[in-house]
Design a protein around this ligand. Sequence first.
Ligand code: GCW
Length: 678
Amino acid sequence: AEDGYELWLRYHPLPAAAAAAYRNQAGQLIVGKATSTQAATRSELLRGLGGLLGTPPPLSAEVTRDGAIVAGTPSSSALIASLHLDTRDLGSEGYLVRSMRVNGHAATVIAGNTDIGVLYGAFRFLRLLQIGRPAGTLDLRDTPRMQLRVLDHWDDLDRHVERGYAGQSLWNWWTLPDDLDPRYTDYARANASIGINGSVLNNVNADPLILTHRYLLKVAALAGVFRAWGIRAYLSVPFDAPVRLGGLKTADPLDPAVRGWWRDKADEIYRLIPDFGGFLVKAHSEGQSGPQDYGRTHADGANMLAAALAPHGGVVMWRAFVYANRPGEDRVKQAWDEFKPLDGKFAANVLLQVKNGPLDFQPREPFNPLFGAMPKTPLMMELQITKEYLGFATNLVYLGPLFKEALAADTMAHGKGSTVARVIEGRRDGHAPSGIAGVANTGSERDWCGSDFNQANWYAFGRLAWDPQQSARAIADDWVRMTFSNDPGFVGPVVDMMMASREAAVDYMTPLGLAHQMGAGSHYGPAPWDHSLPRADWNPTYYNRADARGIGFDRTATGSDAVAQYAPPLARCLADLACVPDAYLLWFHHVPWTYRMRSGATLWQALVEHYTRGLDAVQTMRASWRGLQGHVDAERQLKAAAFLAIQQREAQWWRDASIAYWQSLNSLPLPPGYAPPA
Ligand code: GCW
């Protein structure tokens, strides 16, 4: 059944002509199986080629005919070594895929310095066939730009997934470690195919239970499945675990007993999992404990954990998502205020994990000003793949453009061109390690992500983590081909739909720099009027500041002055109504409803126009998908069509509810040309 389980690794038979052509490049297969990763590479090549071409090529020990595929490292394969390939710049995860003559025969060589590099190369080769590219004259070399490319699972130990919309957690803690669900392997394959090399298994709102020996055995079992595919396991840990689990009186990071407890715990973990990745920590944030509870700083806390992990090569990913309840203070300023003074104070194996924006995974927000502001600290970027603020599972929103916007943003911190991508790649400041994290959208549903189109967001995250310079459109194009079909009459319109979808969501939910207008708590549906939650900064009204006269959050010097956290040339522009991009207008400015936009329209007219444009775009997406009936199997066609119907209804809901609420404040009529809501 076309239930989406296979993700982008479908390997269904190619059309006869394409398969016939590729058989010339897949006449035999020479690949070892001495290690688990070599065996994984071999099984993936057999599975992929067998599926795409009808039958897998025969395995062979040497090249005896044209069309051989030779995969390995110079140290694992005498044949590869004899080719004297230049693999110096491939590092520990890079690969090359090259068409060349071996033993007088035409061959494709897939090589790297490590088994994992070869595995990545094998997936790259399979992808070329999946997307219909020529495979006879290849000369590809590729290496990842960042070291840590991880998924963060907000999975609780009872299998509930915080902000998860695709069923229960993939990890069945009840049946681990005895039962190794084959799905764990398929999860690892999918990640390896896009270069993801780490998985933080549990929620950042962490349960100390995960650190008990009984649970560590379960973690070790998962790590054992992932290892062959180049994926390390990491855990989220609660800062006060020494108290809640260890029975100590304090979790003070400078207390010798506390330090000893963590050291012992790290030693225990590494005895079970020699390649364990490290800890992710949400400290002093949304009710979680932190070093501040003991009068210490984030650096004290992070460095204490780092010291426990350092002898084993582990890292600490310390989150910068902090905002205490300080009424009257602009929430988005707090992380910068708290962390910037700590630049240079973190141990070498600590990365500070910073959300892409200063607020919280909105449809659009400016980049987080911490990027560029802490040159002596490795910063990791945290993106959200699960669509907490973007319509959950049903709304079709391709996040490639959102991720790209975050990565390509120019911090101007070291002159023009110091993009966020450069900051996290670490090139400029020469830091190691470097990394990027995505909050996963996976769950126990057959299609993994709650919809076929949500799979594209997992896919795009991995591809951009490998290389932030790739375009969102090219990634979507690959994904559509691998997931659905190479038919150009299908690929073009679907990629167009996907590329338009993020701006559509911004338009129907939070146009012109508005943010956090979703239902308080659930973060679903429009609720710009909502002020029901006890903390002001959890409510939409806190962010829109709308009244009879105007709307928007003044973050210039006359307001919260959050704008001053950006590099001066950028701050000057953002603070200036004549320079700030329309997309960030209401994020940085409070303006009257009658404010004249550059277009000549009033703000009110422009707002109504954006909401309407968003709704229209969803209608267009829906019609376009309907027009593609027959290009794709009925099962996936109908599911996406049903979800687009939901999305259209919700876009209408967003538009009408938002406009009606603003009207209740400003008493303005709908601009000419905009019919009253049906
Ligand atoms: O996005 C918000 C979510 C919380 C989440 C928190 C965080 C895991 O609403 O559910 O908690 O951010 O990132 O820590």
